[in-house]
Write a protein that binds this ligand. Structure first.
Ligand code: TYD
Length: 346
């Protein structure tokens, strides 16, 4: 089969492209990516000479382009999205455009060509989950950030196309994902690269927020299973069962790097910060037999070690103007500046 992977030059998208090419020798992949700030051609560099892979530079909201590509392919997997909660608080509109209107454009093409489309979504659509409970697929969607709301909107558009037009859609809701090649605005790669440069690690609030951590390769395998075997119209949680408070993750990063805990800097909390996400992954396990291959420490250590081994990849991003500007806007200090946190320090 030939799979159209939108957002395939991003973090989980590029892990998925590699997964398909390795796991299905008869398959081909067409990657469509706009290469906005987090899409990175370097993420697919090793595939340049692979004749089963083709890269197309373009926008999922470009209806004519998308129509042609969907027509050439057998299925669509959509990773293209604005993904960072903090950026969504600074600029919500970009999130509605990419994560709702972009999804709708893909759905229009999937509908016209009668193709299956998998929409990659997030556990954040469930909102803040109280201790002791886990989200199941039928739970209410109660997003609390512009990012989460836009992802819920994209999912609901899939549902509407499935019901109204009979378009074959499946949705995955993944938990926090880490691994090689994640843009260093997300907490784990930000903290690993800050620590490698002996810069402070800005922990929001009390650092007791809980996330469930999944390796990108495990996430990619789950998405692929749902694409091929999932029931049309259904949604599947992709959770790892690795719930950890942020501070524990931060301490494990510092321990792996041999860096001191004095690098931890408590800063004011993110507005509306969800305390906990926690998925029940039972449906995916029961119905499709999926389980993650890595445990928490192997997931985290593989991630940390990749950044240690690939400084060229992340330095090219961190030394660029766009990242420096975002960082200063978000944290109040320029990365290039030596060590201390000014006003933001708690
Ligand atoms: P993030 O990687 O932004 O993912 P999400 O908010 O989508 O789960 O953040 C993960 C957790 O880390 C979240 O609880 C917010 C926290 N965090 C910090 O404490 N400091 C930071 O600088 C960032 C980016 C996140």
């Amino acid at each position: 089969m030939r799979v159209l992977v939108t957002g395939g030059a991003g973090f989980i998208g590029s892990a998925y492209v590699r997964h398909v090419l390795a796991a299905h020798p008869g398959d081909e992949v067409v990657t469509l990516d706009l290469l906005t700030y987090a899409g990175n051609p370097a993420n697919l560099a090793e595939l340049e000479s692979d004749r089963r892979h083709r890269f197309v530079h373009g926008d999922i909201a470009d209806a004519a382009l998308v129509d042609g590509l969907v027509g050439e392919c057998d299925a669509v997997v959509n990773f293209a999205a604005e993904t960072h909660v903090d950026r969504s608080l600074l600029d919500p509109e970009a999130f509605a455009r990419a994560n709702v209107v972009g999804v709708m454009t893909l759905l229009d093409a999937a509908r016209r060509h009668n193709r299956r489309m998998l929409q990659v979504s997030t556990d954040e659509v469930y909102g803040d989950i109280p201790p002791g409970t886990h989200s199941v697929e039928g739970d209410a969607l109660l997003p609390r950030s512009p990012y989460a709301a836009s992802k819920a909107g994209g999912e609901l558009m899939c549902r509407a196309y499935a019901v109204s037009y009979g378009t074959e859609t499946v949705v995955t809701r993944g938990c926090n994902t880490i691994g090689p090649r994640q843009y260093p605005e997300k907490v784990v790669p930000l903290f690993v690269t800050n620590a490698l440069e002996d810069k402070p690690l800005p922990v929001y609030g009390d650092g007791q927020q809980i996330r469930d951590w999944l390796h990108a390769e495990d996430h990619a395998a789950a998405i692929d299973l749902v694409l091929r075997k999932g029931t049309a119209g259904e949604t599947y949680n992709v959770g790892a069962g690795n719930e950890r408070p942020n501070l524990e993750v931060v301490r494990a990063i510092l321990a792996r790097l041999g860096k001191p805990e004095s690098l931890i800097a408590y800063v004011p909390d993110r507005p509306g910060h969800d305390r906990r996400y926690a998925l029940d992954p039972g449906k995916l396990r029961r119905e499709l037999g999926w389980a993650p291959r890595r445990d928490f420490m192997s997931t985290l250590n593989d991630t940390v070690d990749w950044y240690v081994a690939n400084p060229g990849w992340w330095r090219a991003i961190r030394e660029g103007q766009a990242f420096a500007d975002y960082h200063e806007r978000q944290y109040g200090w320029r990365l290039a500046a030596a060590g201390t946190l000014p006003a933001a320090a708690g």
